[in-house]
Design a protein around this ligand. Sequence first.
Ligand code: ADP
Ligand code: MG
Length: 230
Amino acid sequence: MLTSITLKGVSYAFGANTVLNQIDLHIEPGSVVALLGPSGCGKSTLLRLLAGLTQPAEGEIHFGDRLVAKTGWALPPEARDIGMVFQDYALWPHMTVAQNVSFPLRMRHIPRQECDSRVAQALARVGLSDFADRKPAGLSGGQQQRVALARAIVAEPRVLLFDEPLSNLDSELRGTLCHEMATLLRQLGTTAVYVTHDRREAEILADRIVHLSAGSVAADRLITSSGEFA
Ligand code: ADP
Ligand code: MG
């Protein structure tokens, strides 16, 4: 179920402000691509286009051979088979950890028993097996982000999208979680796009780093498995 992602001439503007300018990008199935660049360069906008949260002004986006967006049209997020992790965790405060994580499965009408076993597996993967019945407010930031990660992977989506997921955490925790996520992404093998302004994070997590600058791809390079530039 691996998929490639292809952007062809994708542009986006907020009014007169052109935020993405004719982006062409092909992402190989199963690769982890970091989108790196300074604040305001268009990273989140590009990720929102990949998620189907907004529509391109120009261009096309394909997941494998499936068209998911074109000028003025976007397949909605729930029809894209994606998992997302945001900077602010975006957990539902009134739900327990297990209810948060099971949400994508309930949306897909997965039977209860399978739901329970998949949730248990996802929580085990992020080291939170003992926290299933807690509410998010009772967890640390790092733990909340692990819950969001479990929720993103529980339905085994074909694309994972991350928008600066570690930015709200202190530097020590950021390092720990970054390495854990790198391991997890390699185990899963899912095609992933990881937005960050932190070069270290990108080098640890990604197979390839795409630098965005003022809405265009400024550089694009592969990373070897040793973490050094190819
Ligand atoms: P990044 O994630 O790289 O920091 P964004 O994609 O969030 O960048 O933003 C890119 C540009 O679009 C910035 O100049 C920002 O000011 C502008 N922008 C972002 N969101 C909005 C919005 N809702 N309305 C108008 N302009 C926006
Ligand atoms: Mg952003």
